[in-house]
Design a protein around this ligand. Sequence first.
Ligand code: SF4
Length: 436
Amino acid sequence: MENETLFNEEAEPPGHATGLVVVKKKTADFFSLTTDHQQPSLAKSKPERIYFPFKDSPRSRTFRKKHYPDISRIEWFDWRWQFQNAIRSVQALDAILHLSDNERQAMMHPSGDLPVAITPYYASLISPDDPSSPLRRCVVPVVDECLHTKGEEEDPLGEDADSPVPGIVHRYPDRVLFLVTDICSTYCRYCTRSRIFGRQHQCFIDTAKWERALDYIASNPNVRDVLLSGGDPLTLSDDRLEWLISRLREIPHVELVRIGTKVPVVMPQRITPSLVSMLKKYHPLWMSIHVTHPDELTPEMSAACIRLADAGIPLGSQTVLLAGINDSVSTMTRLVHGLLQIRVRPYYLYQCDPIPGSSHFRTPISKGLEIIKGLRGHTTGYAVPTFVVDAPGGGGKIPLLPEYAIGWDKGDLMMRNYEGSLFRYPDNHAESKDIH
Ligand code: SF4
């Protein structure tokens, strides 16, 4: 699995079963609003055109034929099918993986609020035999989730305290986080917002809550940047998403809309031409994609990202540093190089947040610094993300850097370069300070 990335995976020969396919829309919409009367009419009866130039990788094609023999290629490439058929039960997981006792126990006795869901597509990327394989550890629970250690909190970033109305987190002066849904197509076991998934009656897909959030943004002229997140905003239908984005665009002081999502990674079939043509109407629109490991960089994910980039949507990646999953310079180098090739700029490398039961995922801070040191200077600057700790208690993102600046000597700044060699810079305007 370690070597099976986008760039060495054999793709299906071109021309076979790709192209424009017309399928009948299956259901009106299964992401129903709880208070639909305020929502614009969303049900459309016209058939939906699903165009998939995606070539399913041999791995995922073999997986489909083995585990879903009655499912056609067209259904497999329909994101609604992927979403509806997400693997959620121990029985379903047992059918595709050899579950370890540890995993089985965790599946049968869930410890917290975070449900299990894995799209069939993402399941096709998981090693069926190795419980320690990177992608499997990200989405299949283990009993370590029950182990709560010192410093862990349900809401480690203090988001609830910075929430003036439901669904809005207003921490920084000029921007807000807008949690538009509490649904994801695939749940990451280390999710910072695992607390919101298990709350009863907390469904954010509620126009009354959305309206209150929009009113809040409209009445705060200092808010120039809105980040749509959740849950995953790309689990919403095109119509709902457009309704939200167009309402934001009507607010004159909102200069920028961003979407935070893992969908291009776990359900790339969602990135349809109709979604992309809708999104490109609302530029400037940026997207942060949650990518964890180079094994996620498949032909399907690549096609999804390139399609978004071709629509003029700047793409950045956000990666959580995870022990035994991506915490090495070599793995991270493969990831950032692969991302640049599909036009995704590595943006943030996050220290894993201390949610309950996260100790098996968390690395020492020194590991993040070691990775940045192993990237900076050794590869393209665009490939180097900013390593940040989201400060517990609501301090916001704090960037951490290896020690390049080591002090002043007779007014010169003393610095080490990426090879560890010492250099000085005549810092004319600095007060003369010596190294202590
Ligand atoms: S996709 Fe994001 S919001 Fe959803 S479970 Fe993963 S980390 Fe949490």
